[in-house]
Design a protein around this ligand. Structure first.
Ligand code: BES
Ligand code: MN
Ligand code: ZN
Length: 488
């Protein structure tokens, strides 16, 4: 269940609310609306700040009991002193909602001073992110141990338009995270197709789904070799959103949708293999972004393309040394069956040509090497056009999803030359993120294209404070910001 968000008047001292969260920057004082709150707290806020018990540093929290009137509890959250205000509020909102969830208050109000449209949106996105949870596969606790989940949040002094766009983006984020968290036996290629059809029905998108037989007709030997070890039908899912002028070239968003990646015959070690249910986070990002873009009614044409299957070892699975023919006609030597994401994306990029896209952005949990290079902080960004790379980097930073560019120099291409085919699917460990992107570039020869390696950023193995272990919602924000940037 998604957090229900609304606005409200910032008369803090008179609020009838179980929890009021106040976001305070470093060194902030008690003025304006905070004075009436301080009165209802008998001066506790002023004393707390004067004693410097709370200083407003980033992520700092302090809990105060409320007075006999006004908010029952008050939580101060620090937003620090550096960075854009919208980003700081997104973070504070997430911490607030998580804390509200732990306390079991059910509802909170958040005050952060005056809010413009982007600040309201960021706060809404943060609050919804902090309240997100995946409970579908857990039994409910006994009634006496249960705490109310956070189901409502009021943003005091919210800008109405910012609230509406925040809710739209939050819905997209929540969808992507739910799909990411779902176990692989539930979130199957067929389930992703059903989810796409539901988005289509909700918002009037055209959705088409191709299976193994149709992809064979198209000559997608690269995608299909990944799926050939799995009894499940692979799916190529297309969502077409027509928000722009008819005939205007669309933006294509492409996602890797490996519902489970065992590595195939080049099987992965057992330790941590369960994390490979997250290998569909690129696809989840596309679905989440399409949901948000449609809700925002952005005046742009957008095509979402998802390649979904599982990578399994079996008697029919593709083997190292095999050569397959991609839809583009290029022959690919399979060196490592665990380098499967690029094989799926190669045929998706060729398939994308028919839409004559103005720009193509793909997102994929593509390489472990990206996690080594950039950790869980930055998405790897590579592309075939410098201006588009910069545009995507800016979109990511606005969304609070920073990226970092890696070079695509031709020198690295030596590593993926094959003796028997046009190209091989693995260049080994050195520069693994770059060689993967150079492989994709061979199939993105017809349009401006950027690749997002979200292997380190789409999910987290450690609690980040704002987000628990699991999916982060990346790259939904980057996709939405990019498309919105193109909207006008
Ligand atoms: N899905 C993995 C990449 C991955 C690894 C994502 C760790 C998230 C965390 C991808 O399919 C893969 O296995 N890549 C190989 C490529 C190698 C065989 C060239 C890798 O990174 O080891
Ligand atoms: Mn793999
Ligand atoms: Zn993979």
């Amino acid at each position: 269940m998604m957090l229900s968000l609304s606005g409200g008047s910032p008369e803090l001292g008179r609020l009838d609310i179980p929890l009021l969260v106040v976001a305070l920057a470093a060194g902030a004082g008690v003025d304006g609306e905070l004075a009436s709150l301080d009165t209802s707290l008998g001066g506790a806020l002023m004393r707390t700040l004067e004693r410097r018990d709370f200083r407003g540093t980033r992520d700092e929290t302090l809990h105060l009991a409320g007075g006999t009137t006004g908010p029952a509890r008050v939580l101060l959250i620090g937003t620090g002193s550096t960075g854009e205000r919208a980003g700081r509020l997104r973070r504070a909102g997430a911490l607030a909602a998580r804390q509200g969830g732990r306390m079991g208050v059910g509802e909170l109000a958040m005050f952060a001073g005056p809010l413009d449209i982007m600040e309201t949106e960021a706060l809404a996105v943060g609050l919804a992110a902090g309240a997100w949870d995946y409970l579908d596969t857990k039994s409910a606790l006994p009634a006496d141990e249960r705490r109310a989940p956070l189901s409502r949040a009021r943003i005091l002094g919210a800008d109405d338009a910012g609230l509406a766009s925040g809710v739209a983006i939050a819905e997209g984020h929540g969808l992507a995270r739910t799909l990411g968290m779902m176990p692989g036996n539930l979130c199957t290629p067929e389930f992703l197709a059903t989810t796409a059809r539901q988005i289509g029905e909700r918002h009037g998108l055209t959705v088409t789904v191709l299976g193994r037989a149709e992809m064979e007709q198209l000559g997608m030997g690269s995608f299909l070799c990944v799926a050939q070890g799995s009894p499940e039908d692979p799916k190529l899912i297309t969502l077409e959103y027509f928000g722009g002028a008819s005939g205007a070239q669309p933006i294509a968003l492409v996602g890797k949708g490996l519902c489970f990646d065992s590595g195939g015959i080049s099987i992965k070690p057992a330790q941590g293999m369960e994390w490979m249910k997250f290998d569909m986070c690129g696809a989840a990002g596309v679905l989440g972004a399409m949901e948000a873009i449609a809700r925002l009614r952005l005046p742009v044409n957008v095509v979402g393309l998802i390649g979904s299957t599982t990578n399994m070892p079996s008697g029919t699975a593709v083997k190292p040394g095999d050569v397959v023919r991609s839809m583009s006609g290029k022959f690919i030597e399979i060196i490592n069956t665990d380098a499967e994401g690029r094989l799926v994306l190669a045929d998706l990029l060729t398939y994308a040509k028919q839409f004559k896209p103005a720009a193509v952005i793909d997102a994929a949990t593509l390489t472990g090497a990206c996690v080594i290079a950039l950790g869980h902080t930055a998405t790897g960004v590579l592309g075939n056009e410098a201006a588009l790379v910069q545009e995507v980097l800016r979109a990511g930073s606005r969304a609070g999803e920073p990226g970092w560019e890696l070079p695509m120099w031709d020198d690295y291409k030596e590593l993926i030359k094959s003796d028997v085919a046009d190209i091989k699917n693995s260049g080994g460990r050195p520069a693994g993120t770059i060689t993967a992107a150079l492989f994709l570039k061979e199939f993105a020869d017809d349009f401006p294209w950027v690749h997002l390696d979200v292997a380190g950023t789409a999910y987290t193995e450690a609690d980040l404070g704002t987000v628990p272990r699991g999916p982060t919602g990346v790259p939904v924000g980057t996709f939405v910001e990019f498309v919105r940037g193109r909207a006008g």
